[in-house]
Design a protein around this ligand. Structure first.
Ligand code: 5RP
Length: 230
């Protein structure tokens, strides 16, 4: 196992301490979440999961982890998810696995969000990981042109055969190579105002706790703003 995978596994296993019997648990997507699912199945804690992708649903079926549709529950206690990048404020970029839309819906409906990452994901500012933007296929070329004009260096995500990748919800993903996102809030506001953009991979003020694998596992909590505490 590579160092990175070992750290993912350490973070995933450390997340088990936040899972209590009878919880409704949001289950993210990606290789780190796969380690979490395996640990969860082994621990045999009686929970029900709400998944964020077909891949995660499939993995749950293989591991006999019971899942329900998001609209069958009235709350989600905690969601465990990975991230592509996380900064010092616990804001992050997600969507490397093309599941950002469902991941954000599950996260926004969760009482607590915990991210599990390896050390390579932690950066002072966001942007070294290309920002995924999920768009409606119709007119995606117009958005692409707009992003190019803004200097976002967009790239349409494609499958191995060259066709555009289609998300679980039937959309395309444009990855924007921004390098350094100085003001993620302003960028999020701009993207949310563009017709045809379904969702973007900036997850701001969402993660409550990040667990970072490493020689010693580090757990950081987000400091909530006054408005959030009210
Ligand atoms: C999927 C995601 C994943 O959480 C993110 O890509 C991290 O994946 P991995 O755990 O494989 O590094 O956002 O849309």
């Amino acid at each position: 196992m590579t160092d990175k995978n070992l750290q993912k596994k350490q973070a995933a296993e450390a997340a088990l301490q936040y899972i209590k019997p009878n919880m409704i648990v949001g289950l993210g997507t990606g290789s780190t979440v796969s380690y979490f699912l395996e640990a969860l199945a082994k621990a045999d804690i009686n929970i029900v999961g709400v998944t964020t992708s077909q891949v995660t649903s499939q993995h749950c079926a293989e591991l006999n982890i019971p899942i329900v549709d998001i609209d069958e529950v009235d709350h989600i206690d905690v969601t465990i998810d990975g991230a592509d990048e996380v900064d010092t404020y616990l804001n992050g970029i997600k969507g490397g696995g093309a599941a950002l839309l469902m991941e954000k819906i599950v996260a926004k409906n969760s009482n607590e969000n915990i991210w599990i990452v390896d050390e390579s994901k932690v950066h002072a500012t966001l942007g070294s990981f290309p920002l995924p933007i999920e768009v409606i296929p119709y007119g995606n070329g117009q958005l692409f042109r707009q992003f190019t004009d803004r200097g976002f260096f967009p790239k349409l995500r494609r499958q191995a055969n060259g066709d555009p990748l289609v998300t679980d919800a039937g959309h395309y993903i444009i990855d924007c190579h921004l390098n350094n996102i100085n003001n993620p809030y302003a960028l999020a506001e701009y993207l949310e105002g563009q017709v045809g953009v379904v969702e973007h991979g900036l997850f701001l003020n969402i993660c409550d706790r990040v667990i970072i694998g490493g020689e010693t596992v580090t757990i950081k909590e987000r400091q909530k703003t006054n408005t959030e505490q009210v």
